[in-house]
Design a protein around this ligand. Structure first.
Ligand code: ATP
Length: 142
């Protein structure tokens, strides 16, 4: 991916923080957003920019210029309502590519209907990867 791509990651739990840090380590510009001030402060040195914001509030996201980002990752976890509302606001503000984390299939369907471009299920996806790795030739050969 072109190195001038700009990413925003919303929600700095285990998943979101890993996405944000890894993109930054790979040399991309990353804005990391969370509503929790302490969480955001921890990330100040790990990404390009940080912001404290409740992302269910369209005005906060507008003020951050969210529509100028090429990819927005919605990684809010437990609070499904905040996750869905944030995805809706980001979509309405015109972001072209949205990746959203879902807790389960119904949640994923909702995100799809809102217009998220890619839905990820971190636990399910990692479980599948581990299973595939376990039966891949490399592992069976040792
Ligand atoms: P993981 O499994 O990735 O650790 P999780 O499911 O535990 O994630 P949470 O801790 O619920 O996820 O949420 C991730 C982050 O999202 C938290 O740091 C939380 O502060 C942030 N968050 C929750 N609601 C909002 C919101 N409305 N606006 C911005 N950030 C939010």
């Amino acid at each position: 991916m072109a190195k001038d791509k700009q990413f925003a990651v919303i929600g700095l739990g285990r998943f979101g923080s890993s996405v944000a840090k890894t993109l930054h380590q790979l040399g991309y510009e990353v804005l990391a957003i969370d509503s929790n001030e302490e969480t955001v402060q921890k990330f100040a040195d790990e990404v390009t920019h940080v912001a404290i914001a409740d992302t269910t509030d369209a005005n906060s996201l507008k003020a951050l210029g969210i529509r100028n980002f090429d990819v927005v990752v919605v990684a809010i976890g437990e609070d499904v309502q905040a996750n869905v509302l944030t995805t809706l606001v980001v979509k309405e503000l015109g972001v072209h590519y949205i990746i959203a984390k879902a807790r389960n299939e119904l949640h994923g369907k909702m995100l799809e209907k809102i217009g998220a471009d890619k839905i990820v299920y971190p636990e399910r996806d990692m479980g599948q990867r581990v299973a595939h790795n376990l039966v891949s030739t490399n592992v069976l050969d040792y």
